[in-house]
Design a protein around this ligand. Structure first.
Ligand code: CP3
Length: 344
């Protein structure tokens, strides 16, 4: 493991299953639209992609939640879709709609257009430079989290061509052309490993793999089309701790528990008591992002009940990303409640 002396090492300790005096907290999508400061910088950058591809501005928005919310970790501002772009599968981020891929990848012929990324010639260089700048500014005060999408989730976007409720195009391909599907998943896996190694080289202290669409697969299919590829990524990364968040794959938590990762992300559908029967590693997440719409009293009560129910090693986070209309005072309050809670 790569050793760096980080002042606030609560997250790193929790990942090593060491005792911590309190629970660490960071939030998925902590750098995002719920912060007016984010929206301002994004405006000066012109667009979401303009922000992604401006390393100074990307570093700036990465650091906003660190000073505004005082969370225990920063996560580099980027997107999981930079990986397919680096392979030559480009996307457009449409305002209020989400990602759109003008050219989908649906068969072996399409696959020929793709390549493994060159870290320093492709778009990935912007995020790598943003990591470098962010690390310099953080001065080792808190850890920086790097990330990528899980191969299945990237496959789902590139084949479907956009977001979807069912991802039935993506799933159809698994059944109709399994050979192509495995080849494409293999290529995304190799590209993701190259990208994560690049992030580690630039100084990220932890990595998280986001499998946002794990839950649209059956248990059987998740264990064929997603988990083995996540496992391959985890088996290739030895330098930093790894968090796997497979949203909706609660049917396979015991299997995720067996792969070579350090923590497992939980969405809000899984009862924390059930997770304790499935997992003996550090857990993360589980709070419903909608709880942050509640009034102060309710928030206080629910967060304290939640903290009372946690296992010894847990990283406080939501069960998915913060929504853009979340009241910021409540997010600040959540962080305070977690910091003031005395562990039993
Ligand atoms: O967590 C963080 O603060 C770091 C930044 C981050 C973003 N995207 C910024 C972002 C991370 C870790 C992601 C990961 C990501 N991106 C995932 C996995 C996590 C999840 O949410 O399930 C996925 C599926 C994507 C793909 C993606 N990016 C979609 C579907 C969208 C559109 C939906 C939306 O919220 O608008 C994005 C855009 C995006 N990525 C935004 C941000 C802050 C909003 C874009 C904007 O500023 O207009």
């Amino acid at each position: 493991m790569k050793i760096q002396n980080i002042e606030n090492d609560l997250l790193l300790k929790a990942l090593k299953q060491e005792k911590t005096e309190r629970y660490p907290i960071w939030l998925m999508r902590q750098a995002g639209r719920f912060l007016v400061e984010y929206r301002k910088v994004r405006e000066t950058a012109g667009s979401f992609k303009g922000l992604l591809e401006n390393p100074n501005k990307a570093a700036e928005v990465t650091l906003q939640p660190v000073s505004i919310l005082e969370v225990d970790a920063a996560i580099i501002f980027s997107d999981i879709l930079v990986v397919p772009e680096s392979m030559n599968c480009n996307y457009i981020m449409e305002e209020k709609k989400g990602p759109y891929f003008p050219e989908t990848i649906r068969n072996n012929e399409d696959l020929k257009k793709l390549q493994l990324p060159d870290l320093y010639k492709s778009n990935l260089r912007y995020t790598l430079e943003a990591i470098e700048i962010t690390k310099e500014k953080l001065q080792n005060k808190i850890p920086l989290i790097g990330f990528c999408g899980a191969p299945w989730t990237i496959f789902a976007y590139c084949t479907e061509g956009s977001g979807s409720k069912t991802f039935s195009v993506a799933k159809r391909i698994l059944y109709q052309d399994p050979e192509f599907a495995h080849q494409f998943l293999d290529l995304i896996t190799d590209a993701s490993i190259i990208y994560l190694k690049g992030q580690i080289e630039k100084g990220v202290n932890v990595i998280q793999i986001f499998d946002s669409w794990a839950g649209i697969l059956s248990k059987e299919d998740f264990e064929i089309w997603s988990l083995p590829y996540i496992q391959k990524i985890c088996d290739s990364i030895h330098e930093v701790p790894k968090i796997v968040f497979a949203k909706g794959a609660n049917f396979s938590l015991n299997k995720i528990n067996r792969i070579n990762c350090d923590a497992i992300g939980l969405d809000w559908n899984v009862p924390i008591e059930f997770s304790k029967t499935q997992i003996n590693k550090t857990t993360q997440g589980n709070l419903d992002p909608c709880l942050l719409y509640a009034d102060r009293n309710y928030l206080n009560k629910k967060v304290n009940e939640f903290l009372d129910s946690l296992p010894t090693n847990h990283i406080v986070n939501l069960g998915h990303g913060l929504y853009p209309d979340t009241p910021r005072e409540n997010v600040i309050e959540l962080v305070k409640l977690v910091k003031n809670y005395i562990k039993k």
